[in-house]
Design a protein around this ligand. Sequence first.
Ligand SMILES: [Zn+2]
Length: 460
Amino acid sequence: MRYTFQEFINTSSVFDLNGGDDSTDLFKTVQKIIKKQDMKLIKDFSGASVGDFSVDGNEIYAGIFEEPSVKVDGIVHDYGLHFCFGVSNDSGKGVSADIYINTDKSRGDLIHDVKIYMAKNPGEEFAYGIIGKTDRKKSYSFLLSLGANETVYVANAYVRQYERVSAIFKELACQGHGEKIIYGRSVEGRELSAYRYGSEIGQDDKPEVFIVSGWHPPEGDTFGTEGIAEILSDDREREELLKSVNITIIPIGNPDGFVHGFNGCNLKLRNVYWDFDINNKDEMPETYFAWKLMGKIKPDIYFDFHGYTFQGESKFLSSYIKPLLFYSSRRRMFAENLNRRIIERCGGKCVKGYSTFAPSTPGCRLTSKFDTITYAKFHFHIDDGISGIKKMACDLLKITIGEIKKTNSSVFHNNTASFLSLHTICCKFYTYIIGYCKIKVNQFVKSILKSLRQQEKSNA
Ligand SMILES: [Zn+2]
């Protein structure tokens, strides 16, 4: 049978040559080489995050970049959750592209609507673009319309480029007279930068507020610290706020993670938040040097910013609130009042329980060492938008300063943990007893489910 050239490249029936799989594969390969691929997946930019992928005509199949799960303090966290890549249409006409992420087709369990964030240029802010479908785990499908010769960047979060965020903070600090402190270098040698507003470290007795964002790059929490840097760039506001406190901000805790499109790890594939290693300079310079800076400042109040992105209503704007028992008696009253105000601002919601004082996290280490009142994670929510996240962060700061003003200043001096031993014992108890039991129960339930499934299979 003879085919025209066009029939050859467009028709799959030509592969039915009774030649077995090998000849089919061969023809498919030849067809791919001959057929001009107008659609391309772009991943050569700062912040791109995608696993294996393939492009077939107007369909793109991509995997989520998988980072190793964190196993620490008796909890397992999977941070392979976000994607960010570009799609280009090199044809001279508009097309619709079917994008499948971690699935090869539209599946019945992709029932939840999900916002897909888009940008024309990955160096600018992403904005809500279209609605796709997800199982709220790792699979997505959506239809992307592209104009002639157009490239669009897509993500399931407000992905921000390291270069952009760094430049914004530098500019805001310049306007707000913030002092830039380079407190170390990342695995790949990037600056680890903090901005200090108020007096020089150790020069006065004002309470120290310490805020970190950007441990987990796709979470959009750098908008929170940016909002605070914005109000501090206003002379009148700054003057008023700094009457009562000194403020130190680390905007990007994990710069390499931003550049390489990681979800939670540094370049040595260790999660910089959950596994906040303060002893290993080679593997975790980001946490090692952050801890050194924290040690110099001895924060009174610490906020660790994070953000929920695609998870839907099961996750909400809220702070981790740890038990008051972990603070020394002189600080408990202040912590109780501040907790109450923060919970009110979050609509009555908060997160309690073990994760709020997991021993390996920065918040827990700070309380252990300096009796710091820590909000070990403050989760923004992507649905509040950029301005909502910024406003929330500024409100948090103002609420904190408001409570500080009402409090006797003796609460904020001599930052060493008099309750160190109780804190450590409680954390260790939970880690080794309850954490261990949780893992064992989990394994037991999984093994039962597995044997049930095997039984079902053999019965079938
Ligand atoms: Zn996070």
